[in-house]
Write a protein that binds this ligand. Sequence first.
Ligand code: PXL
Length: 276
Amino acid sequence: MKRVVTIQDISCFGKCSLTVALPVISAMGVEATILPTAVLSTHTGGFKNFTFRDLSEDITKIFDHWKSENIEFDAIYTGYLGSFEQIDLMKDFICKKPKKTLAFVDPAMADNGKLYTGFTPEFAHHMLTLCKKADIIVPNITEASFMLDVPYIEEGYDKAYVEDILKKFADLGIKTPVLTGVSLEPDKLGVAMYDSEKDEFFYYFNEKIDAKFHGTGDIFSSVAIGGIMRGMDIKEALKLAADYVVECIKVTMPDKDRHWYGVEFEKTIPYLVNRL
Ligand code: PXL
């Protein structure tokens, strides 16, 4: 069984980061080791007065203990990180990883043209220094625009805009940059990927559903890394991740008790497992 270590916060309430990564990766038949970087009472997207306990002090100790136990991972998947220091700790961890370990970085810090509460453009530039160490990165267009200082275009951009962003990442040494939330036609939404070794672009779109929920980026990343660990080609894993997010949104929409803070991904886990 492949083993992933996923390093991001625990937002106790709100269905994102570790509270979705752990169930999703496990359901895919992949061992999920977790490293919580912080504990928050809720995620930061819409709740006020959330608590934030920074666990940075423990991170190096945990890495050192794992090393002393010869614990290794098939993939490192980092998500939301709460500070510059945590980004540096992740860079160091990735630099020291065995060659066979895949480094997958989701620079979760912004969406819809805005940085999440507490982040600055400098933080986004620092996140880019972590992305440069990764094999695969999965920013959305907002995150990419903050990291690369390219203008954020909400809609009406073309392939040239998307491919320029992907190539800029590849020029920085990232083997497989992926962009999420790509929309080249008004009723379609999906992902774009650049395979820098083959010099090939890949696109995959689904119908665009007019609704926004928190945590869907974390679900996407968890399925993508889970799929890759299950031996899927990256393109197949990205398709599965995109399809699963759509399924999650579709199942959530009709529920009159649905919540703005997250999707009902629990209901569609059988769909995910059946697709493997
Ligand atoms: O889903 C991304 C995410 C993860 N962790 C925290 C967040 C968010 C998005 O708002 O606030 C703490």
